[in-house]
Design a binder for this molecule. Structure first.
Ligand SMILES: [Zn+2]
Length: 158
């Protein structure tokens, strides 16, 4: 496994649309290597809970989330339903260091995705997990939370 550098807001790669993954681990090892490297990269951050492939400069629809001892690998994730009910909460991004903002997100989302071997699964997230899923999936379409935030919060932490 290898650490990969996290791209930051001025890098154009974060603004591009990621491509659907067509080759899973049994045909091509590169997806497994990418996922392992992303896990190692996320582990090294201070308090990152999720990472999308464009954040390590790779335009593939791949996301990982590590939240409350639950580790998720999502390949080609799509939101298949979301609650009408929304919640506005604080959000930050490893690619936008030192900033925070208030973002409105659905309270619940259901996401369909594939694991690294191409097995389809469904994950339902509420509250903070729903927020993480929305945030990371947005990265795959070149959207950053700062594009949709209601308000930037004053910096009072490092
Ligand atoms: Zn982010």
């Amino acid at each position: 496994m290898a650490y990969r550098e996290i791209t930051t807001v001025e890098n154009e790669v974060l603004r591009k649309k990621s491509k659907i993954v067509k080759e899973f681990v049994q045909d091509d090892e590169s997806l497994g290597i990418l996922l392992d490297d992303m896990a190692q990269t996320l582990e090294r951050t201070d308090n990152g809970v999720g990472l999308a492939a464009p954040q390590v400069g790779i335009l593939k629809r791949v996301v990982i989330i590590n939240l409350n001892n639950m580790f998720l690998e999502l390949v080609n994730p799509t939101i298949i339903s979301k609650s009408k009910e929304e919640e506005t909460c604080e959000e930050a991004c490893l690619s936008v260091p030192g900033k925070r903002g208030l973002v409105k997100r659905p309270l619940e989302v259901t996401v369909q995705a594939f694991d690294r071997y191409g097995n389809k699964f469904i994950i339902k997230g509420e509250k903070f997990l729903a927020r993480c899923l929305c945030h990371e999936l947005d990265h795959l379409d070149g959207i950053l939370y700062i594009d949709i935030m209601e308000k930037e919060l004053k910096e009072n932490k490092k």
